[in-house]
Design a protein around this ligand. Structure first.
Ligand code: ADP
Ligand code: MG
Length: 392
């Protein structure tokens, strides 16, 4: 892991000039899983794991991007941007350049050095972190004045249309808008958002199962299609609806016979999960932390049984965590089939939690989990480095 000053040094060694530097955080979703692409509600927090992007303009219309994580540089012409084969990492930053140009944003050729500390592919959104940091770097937006909602949408467009992953808006949005000590309640339809202060006596503890099952992206697209099928069928009897967000649980139950058992279960997850997000926000606002445990537990069960995106490792990690003293709530977070769990843990219990969860998980699964503790962080920004003073 490099510090920002080391990244600037590495930039200079590689590209021969000074650079400006931006960072964008990864995120953890507290509750509201698989709801974003159903026009629903989510409650993520940005975390203090960042992707850093150092950049300097160049005059020949070319874009050179180096990733520290992959130890590879690619160089292309801005005028002929097209996706590289085999899910190449560079499609994320190239997609951002493509989306910015299509939106008429004034970007020139540039050298870009990317260095990410968000674990890749673990469900903590290293993808949004790399997109948003590169977007800010390419825009050279020292005043941090670019409209954040538009920036998030352009990064989402890059991932949807250039990378080819049909992700919702949550990750890019919270990477742009995060606020220290707060989670962000986002209405993924209107993009209206509110900040929800997190209790000072609780920590966000993230447990990485260290597995990622191959079926994740195929199953993700299948879930989207099943939700769309639910909406298509329900719309025949409920003509006003646009997305599952518009359907109530009694309505779904009334029309159960029109849906296959599988599509019914998928819809039930989304509808009940949206309700859980609202209940969780209310609990945070009232300081009623006792109410959070059952909500996180129900969210996990619903993802496991109705949405079928959990796996043995996630279930086990949640089960172990829930049994620890000081655990307020635990559930899988992110798309599923591996990746991480989110745990709300009393600060005084965190060090025991880490030790015991790691030991119990590795004795059953044979893998040592990584456990991260992070405060909720602020969103993406340009960083001004003062001499002899680290940026964080
Ligand atoms: P997640 O967003 O949960 O980490 P994704 O599969 O959505 O998982 O995104 C991970 C991908 O994003 C990586 O495989 C890589 O292609 C790209 N990526 C993320 N961070 C970086 C980085 N620092 N440098 C290059 N590519 C990155
Ligand atoms: Mg991602």
């Amino acid at each position: 892991m490099k510090t920002p000053l080391q990244i600037l040094d590495a930039f200079k060694a590689r590209f021969g000039t000074t650079a400006s530097i931006c960072r964008a955080p990864g995120r953890v979703n507290l509750i509201g899983e698989h709801t974003d692409y159903n026009d629903g509600f989510v409650l993520p927090a940005a975390i203090e794991f960042y992707c850093w992007a150092a950049a300097a303009p160049r005059r020949d219309g070319k874009l050179a991007i180096h990733s520290d994580n992959f130890n590879e540089t690619i160089e292309v012409s801005l005028d002929s941007l097209s996706p590289l084969a085999n899910k190449h990492w560079a499609n994320y930053p190239l997609g951002v350049a493509w989306a910015l140009r299509r939106a008429g944003k004034p970007i020139s050729g540039a050298n870009v050095y990317v260095s990410g500390e968000v674990p890749l592919g673990a469900g903590l959104s290293s993808s949004a972190a790399v997109e948003v940091s590169v977007a800010l770097a390419l825009l050279n937006d020292r005043g941090n004045s670019v409209d954040r909602a538009e920036l998030a949408q352009l990064c989402q467009k890059a991932e949807n249309e250039f990378v080819g992953a049909r992700v919702g808006i949550m990750d890019q949005f919270v990477s742009c808008y995060g606020r220290a000590s707060h989670a962000l309640l986002l209405d993924c339809r209107s993009l209206k958002h509110e900040f929800v202060e997190l209790p000072a006596n609780l920590q966000l503890v993230i447990c990485n199962t260290m597995v990622r099952h191959e079926l994740a992206s195929g199953e993700y697209n299948a879930r989207r299609a099943e939700c769309e099928e639910g909406v298509r069928i329900l719309r025949i009897v409920l003509p006003g609806i646009r997305a599952l967000r518009d359907v109530t649980l009694p309505q779904l139950e009334d029309h159960r016979q029109n849906l296959s058992a599988k599509v019914f279960a998928r819809c039930r997850h989304v509808i009940t999960e949206n309700a859980r997000v609202k209940s969780a926000v209310e609990a945070f606002r009232k300081g009623d932390t006792a109410a959070l445990g059952p909500l996180l537990q129900d969210s996990h069960r619903s993802l496991r049984d109705d949405y079928e995106v959990s796996c043995r490792e996630l279930d086990l990690m949640v089960e172990i965590a829930a049994a620890q003293p000081g655990t307020i709530g635990a559930r899988m977070t992110g798309g599923g089939f591996g990746g991480c769990t989110i745990n709300l843990v009393e600060t005084t219990a965190v060090s025991d939690f880490r030790r015991k969860v790691a030991a119990a998980y590795s004795s059953k699964i044979g893998l040592t989990p990584e456990i991260y503790v992070s405060p909720a962080s602020e969103g993406a920004r340009h960083i001004v480095l003062e001499e002899n003073k680290p940026a964080r």
